[in-house]
Ligand binder design. Structure first.
Ligand code: SAH
Ligand code: DHB
Ligand code: MG
Length: 215
């Protein structure tokens, strides 16, 4: 029941509940399990199983064929989305760290998705312009350096088709969204830019997930 407390942000989840719903709705096959198990030396900062599953369902629901992801890590979210792409569909996933990209490519190959998911090594702001030859895109998923979210959001607005979807992870900025610092300003610029040009919502996942459809 959406009572007064839950509308104000109170959550009823617990580790037991999260484990249960992930097991029932978002269980891992061997490829997702491999990509979820981030090796030592690489931070385990991938989306959660339910957010990954939601990304997959949004790809499937929208019939997306061309997707850009900023922030690959080792391919967990990319594999979720890649699984929902139709034949001939393509996901370009941008990763700054060459070591992360190397592990991601192995995980994507193990998932049988090497023909659909391409990892492009470099910084988002440098790589995004090189992908414009493939525009317009159906989905742009932003999950990399938080101080550039406003730039990534503006790029998404310019390079998505009408009706195309922007998605942004960590939209609460680890609890710092309303703080007075550069990353806070960039993340608020992302929110406000999306709201101005998209029909949008910030889904109350643990760290907030913006979803918008370009008007
Ligand atoms: N989307 C992934 C998680 C990404 S974590 C998943 O859910 O599975 C964020 C990633 O962004 C890290 O691998 C980090 O190296 C990368 N990154 C950081 N700054 C970046 C930049 N400027 N351009 C591209 N990638 C960047
Ligand atoms: C970090 C990045 C993320 O995208 C995330 O979902 C969690 C943590 C990080 O840089 O620490
Ligand atoms: Mg994230």
């Amino acid at each position: 029941m959406a009572d007064q407390d839950s509308r104000a942000g109170k959550r009823y989840d617990s580790k037991a509940i999260i484990d249960y719903v992930n097991r029932v709705h978002a269980s891992h096959d061997s490829a997702l399990a491999q990509a979820f198990a981030v090796p030592d030396g690489i931070p385990a900062i991938q989306v959660g199983p339910s957010e990954g599953r939601l990304l997959q369902l949004l790809v499937k629901l929208s019939g997306a064929k061309k997707i850009v992801e900023v922030g690959t890590l080792v391919g967990y979210s990319a594999i979720h989305m890649g699984k929902a792409l139709p034949a001939g569909g393509k996901l370009w996933s941008i990763e700054y760290d060459a070591k992360h990209a190397e592990v991601a490519r192995k995980n994507i190959a193990a998932a049988g998705l090497s023909d659909k998911v391409e990892v492009v090594v470099g910084a988002g702001v440098a790589v995004l312009p090189t992908l414009e030859a493939h525009a317009p895109f159906d989905i742009v998923f932003i999950d990399a350096d938080k101080q550039n979210y406003d730039k990534y959001g503006a790029w998404a607005q310019a390079n998505l088709r009408t009706g195309g979807m922007v998605i942004g992870d960590n939209a609460y900025l680890f609890g710092e969204l309303t703080d007075d610092h550069e990353r806070g300003r960039a993340m608020r610029g992302f929110h406000e830019g999306v709201a101005a040009a998209f029909d949008s919502v910030c889904v109350p996942t643990p760290d907030g997930l913006v979803v918008g459809l370009k008007r």
